[in-house]
Design a binder for this molecule. Structure first.
Ligand code: FES
Length: 127
């Protein structure tokens, strides 16, 4: 497994179409229920623990590009700290204005004690 300077580990296992790859996000114990964090991919991806279920979306608000990780997670709704738009982290759907466009969502899985997210390989490639 390749150790990356930005803290993202790439397992190198392709998920098929769209050249997605599973990456290590964090230890599941490091993301308790009701918490979220952003990965240092480019662009950044956010992971969420909603009552023991893990979800992942783009971290960048579709309104004016604030980091959602700086906002608040309430149930399965993440609220942007800048103008208070909300999104459903399950579907990515914008659920309140001023955002109208959805967030991209990503598959998650738990491997041992590691939370993993399937993201485009180019977002975590060396360069
Ligand atoms: S930047 Fe997120 S609501 Fe405006």
């Amino acid at each position: 497994m390749e150790e990356r300077a930005n803290g993202v580990n790439s397992g190198g296992e392709s998920t098929g179409a769209d050249d997605l790859v599973w990456i290590d996000a964090c230890l599941t114990d490091d993301l308790p229920a009701g918490e979220m964090r952003a990965l240092e991919s480019d662009p950044p991806v956010a992971v969420y623990n909603v009552e023991g279920e893990f979800f992942s979306t783009a971290d960048t608000c579709t309104h004016m590009k604030s980091s959602l990780n700086e906002g608040y997670l309430d149930g399965d709704q993440v609220e942007c700290a800048l103008h208070m738009a909300t999104f459903c982290v399950r579907s990515g759907k914008a659920t309140s204005l001023p955002a109208t466009l959805p967030l991209r969502t990503f598959d998650t899985r738990v491997a041992g004690n590691q939370l993993q997210v399937s993201v485009p390989r180019a977002w975590v490639s060396e360069g």
